[in-house]
Design a protein around this ligand. Structure first.
Ligand code: SAM
Ligand code: SF4
Ligand code: SF4
Length: 365
């Protein structure tokens, strides 16, 4: 159901609260060098992790405020036990018109979830794709940066490329139509595989989206020299494929990918968060597995929603907390990072050890 009838909650720059990334676990079965390069990590206590019921309650509150796109992420979301059950619960409770009592405007019009998506490294997807689809998941994005088994191991340190490829095929067979493959492009590592990744996308019916390497929390090995910019990605693809036609913005609304079409009709996207950030249109909220509400991928602090929730806050009270926080939002992390003269990793390892919430794998990509 479309929720355009809801008056949007706007931040300081008039950006609506429109989408939510739910990080359902901070655990991961890979250790990608651009995200989790360390040998050891501290994890959020299990008792602190939101239950499915708590996640659904918070999702409903966000949806009643105008969020209509939700993405499950992590860590590796497929490590969260019984994830299809969460998908089913979200669909059941959130697709229907919202029924949460709203004391301030009891006759507030109905809202609803119009897109429920998942980002996964794909390792466990073959076993779960069908159940996820049947539970009501709309879309899957699989992260895959290389098609060479030796590089895969070097980059991710665990896992098996064949399992990811099997996961992609299983997702297709399960009926996920709008499949996407996310590839972080790193100079000297996989920037010679752009055409191969496009070819993989063609063969499995998925759209590839190249992501510029970002200096997010956790990327302690990041350096500017390893970033391959959108301009350069396009130059290289032009050399290989000829003319490239720019398309309009991603069909999912305020999504960050610029889309393009090759002469043979193949489409692909580029997410240029590092060299051409999209903060001006950013409508994304994030929730960590233990209920910290973040206004930006680069935010240093968040708003704890778990304790109010566990202490019995009503939906109205939770709505008030979220609304107040979003209205004060001035975050434009990636744009600010871009203005720095000397740019290095966002956080040092000591900062990350002090607060796991600063990690990309905790806040969700
Ligand atoms: N584990 C799942 C996966 O890898 O798809 C979901 C979580 S992961 C944090 C979400 C996305 O963030 C992935 O597509 C990953 O490639 C991307 N990512 C992680 N670190 C990044 C970085 N330093 N720069 C750009 N993208 C990054
Ligand atoms: Fe895990 Fe995803 Fe981060 Fe890789 S990018 S370490 S798969 S959370
Ligand atoms: Fe949105 Fe922050 Fe990313 Fe900018 S850096 S696009 S404000 S999440």
């Amino acid at each position: 159901m479309k929720n355009s009838v809801i008056a949007p909650v706007l931040d300081s720059f008039s950006r609506p609260l429109g989408s939510l990334r739910l990080s359902v676990t901070d655990r991961c079965n890979l250790r990608c060098r651009y995200c989790m390069p360390e040998e050891e990590y501290q994890w959020i206590e299990r008792s602190e992790i939101l239950t499915f019921e708590e996640l659904v309650t918070l999702a409903q509150v966000f949806i009643s405020l105008g969020v209509d796109r939700l993405r499950l992420t992590g860590g590796e979301p497929l490590l969260r036990r019984d994830l299809p059950q969460l998908v089913a619960m979200l669909c059941e409770s959130a697709r229907a018109p919202q029924t949460i009592a709203n004391a301030s405007s009891p006759s507030a019009p109905a809202s609803g979830l119009r897109d429920l998506a998942l980002t996964t490294n794909g390792l466990l997807l073959a076993a779960q794709a069908r159940d996820l689809r049947q539970a009501g998941l709309d879309r899957v994005t699989i992260s895959l940066d290389t098609l060479r088994p030796d590089r895969f191991r070097e980059l991710a340190r665990y896992g098996d490329l064949d399992h990811v490829l099997a996961g992609i095929r299983a997702a297709r067979e399960a009926g996920f139509a709008a499949l996407k493959i996310n590839s972080v492009v790193i100079r000297g590592f996989n920037d010679d595989e752009l055409a191969d990744l496009i070819a993989l996308g063609q063969s499995v019916g998925a759209e590839v989206r190249f992501i510029e390497y970002m200096d997010v929390g956790g990327a302690t090995e990041w350096s500017e020299s390893q970033v391959v910019s959108r301009v350069e990605i396009l130059d290289r693809l032009r050399e290989r494929f000829g003319a490239i036609e720019p398309l309009n913005l991603d069909s999912q609304g305020a999504a960050p990918a610029d889309r393009f079409r090759l002469a043979d009709g193949t489409t692909f996207g580029i997410i240029s968060s590092t060299t051409a950030p999209f903060c001006a249109q950013c409508d994304r909220a994030r929730l960590t597995p233990d209920g910290l509400f973040l206004l930006c991928l680069y935010a240093r602090r968040g708003l704890d929603l778990k304790h109010p929730l566990r202490n019995g806050a009503s939906p109205d009270e939770l709505r008030a907390l979220i609304t107040e926080s979003w209205r004060m939002r001035r975050d434009r992390g990636a744009e600010e990072r871009k203005t720095l003269r000397a740019r290095g990793p966002l956080f040092q390892i000591e900062d990350l050890r002090r607060d796991v919430h600063l990690e990309m794998h905790t806040r969700g990509g």
